[in-house]
Design a binder for this molecule. Sequence first.
Ligand SMILES: [Zn+2]
Length: 316
Amino acid sequence: MSASTVSNLPAAKRQLFVTTALPYANGNFHIGHIMEYIQADTWVRAQRMQGHEVHFVCADDAHGAPIMIAAEKAGITPQQFVANIAAGRKPYLDGFHIGFDNWHSTDGPENHELAQQIYRDLKAAGFIATKTIEQFFDPEKSMFLPDRFIKGECPKCGAKDQYGDSCESCGAVYSPTEVKNPYSALSGATPVLKQSEHYFFKLSDPRCVEFLEKWTHDTGRLQPEVLNKIKEWFAKDEEGQGGLGDWDISRDAPYFGIEIPDAPGKYFYVWLDAPIGYLASLKNYLGKIGVDYNAYINNPKVEQYHFIGKDITYFA
Ligand SMILES: [Zn+2]
């Protein structure tokens, strides 16, 4: 009897903001997406049955060179390409009874605004640096090539037509500049090395390292196995090398994405774009239901839960 007495007590109402991994908008859902959504949806329903308040949102990860290139091949704009993919989402979500409160896009105005504001705040706090790097450039297409669009012979085994980052024949992993006889998968032209100034988020800043070390080591936050893996990323060798490296957050035009403020021709690469899409979708949803976004996200009582593949520890 005591158990039923306890369960009849009104529990404190929790405020939960729940998200799942954003799918990249270059293809339809597959079973992996649906499995994750069902897990999250089940948990959300269980929380609501206990009387808690839940905002459950997701969005299409819309930006990047692969979508820009796929749209060009299809003869449509990247916006139209992403809209076509988004239009095909509903039958799958409805068919599996997955009840997101909101489905948005990282190309939505909220994401442009939030990404640029977060960048400005990071820059003002000294977390942004620039560095000139050398990358392969397609002289016919006049664009820098993502690793996956450079092909050539494997530097280890010599297999032909391998990608710029790994060999499907022998499994070797390498950098695009090591590929023999490289060519552009877009035009077939021989790529040339070209310098460009890139923007970096200073993950190596002692403030970031200290925060992340504390956050990951706090008791009970991570599984012991995961924490052991993560400790390797913080470790430095005897010469002080290694540890957390800075993140390249920029790409050069032409690019389908969000412009970096006060940096003409530069766009945010995924790290300062897609992860902010969760907040952008929440902001878009709260606008629809008449809740103030800033008040909600700054409320210390709001708990944020993110469902994602458990092996994705680096970025999660
Ligand atoms: Zn190989």
